[in-house]
Write a protein that binds this ligand. Structure first.
Ligand code: GRG
Length: 303
């Protein structure tokens, strides 16, 4: 159901995002009760429940609802994509990767719990994500749940996040052109956003054509997300971002602002958001409003 501001009869994205994020936070909390061994589970909960914008789960819920599915059908995949995302943040911050000390406005997982526990917390969150979809999709036809599992697996592994990260690490210190930069970001960032929307559309019962339309929409906003992330890294403070700002510049990393300039990166972002919105034109305008506003939110975000 779309949440509309009744008085003005205008869709309120802020209200929509807040209510969906709250539903996801509650489901995530329930998905991982504190238990033995507390050191591990506490560390998983520390990062999973640390806030964050919850863009990926909201994408899953919105795509499911656009297909006519109930929110409840998509909650397990929504939680799963956030578990995978949290795993990737924990691993990305490790000393053997980006070696970062702050995430979501607090000390990174390995700073708080130690490197071994952080590594295992990430691994356990990844496993929990798949377990959660397999166990939680009661009421969703098994074929749809299986398809969501396959979609998520392909977005995370050697054709997804892991691939993007390895090419990113291998590119450090050498000149990187736009095709390699695009490869890194499509795999490190866009694939998971794409999988979030596609999994939502799949459990929501979308047709093949609808699912592929959502994939094209999400691929664009996935890349858009990273273009904006690169811009924010050079234009915002660490306090505003809740993580260390200016790291890309300091590490002399290839970024969109570096290759295109800040204005060029913003122009590319505008192109991506227009393309993403155009994909939604085939759907009923009211039902597509959340995904349309989500694309604009990503384009205009300041943190
Ligand atoms: C272990 C299989 C396996 C893969 C992990 C570490 C890694 C490989 C990949 C790194 C992926 C990564 C961290 C990409 C950056 C994506 C990104 C822009 C994150 C910031 O997302 P936001 O802004 O963060 O949504 P919040 O905190 O709001 O959730």
């Amino acid at each position: 159901m779309l949440q509309a501001n009744k008085e003005e009869d205008v869709f309120s994205f802020e209200q929509y995002m807040a209510s969906k994020a709250a539903a996801v936070n509650e489901a995530l909390d329930l998905s991982l009760p504190l238990r033995y061994p507390e050191g591990l589970v506490d560390s998983m909960r520390y990062s999973l429940l640390a806030g964050g914008k919850r863009v990926r789960p909201v994408l899953a819920l919105a795509a499911c609802e656009l297909m006519g599915g109930d929110e409840a059908a998509a909650v397990p995949v929504a939680c799963a994509v956030e578990m995978v995302h949290t795993m990737s943040l924990i691993h990305d911050d490790l000393p053997c990767m980006d070696d970062d000390g702050t995430r979501r406005g607090r000390p990174t997982n390995h700073v708080a719990f130690g490197v071994s526990t952080a590594l295992l917390a990430g691994d356990a969150l990844l496993a929990l994500a798949f377990e959660h979809v397999a166990r939680g999709c009661a009421g969703v036809p098994a074929a749809r749940a299986l398809r969501a599992v396959a979609e998520l697996g392909s977005a995370v592994g050697a054709d997804g996040l892991a691939a993007g990260q390895v090419v990113d690490l291998a590119s450090e210190g050498s000149p990187v052109g736009l095709p390699t930069l695009e490869y890194i970001h499509v795999h490190k960032t866009a694939r998971l956003l794409e999988a979030s929307a596609v999994c939502g559309a799949v459990v929501g019962g979308g047709t093949e054509e609808e699912i592929e339309t959502i994939r094209r929409y999400a691929r664009r906003i996935g890349l858009l997300f990273q273009v904006i992330d690169d811009v924010l890294d050079v234009t915002c403070s660490s306090e505003q971002l809740g993580k260390t700002a200016g790291k890309d510049l300091e590490a002399d990393k290839a970024t969109y602002p570096k290759l295109l300039g800040v204005d060029g990166a913003r122009a590319y972002a505008a192109e991506l958001v227009a393309g993403a919105e155009a994909e939604l034109d085939r759907f009923d305008a009211d039902r597509a409003a959340p995904l349309r506003h989500l694309a604009r939110f990503i384009a205009n975000r300041q943190y």
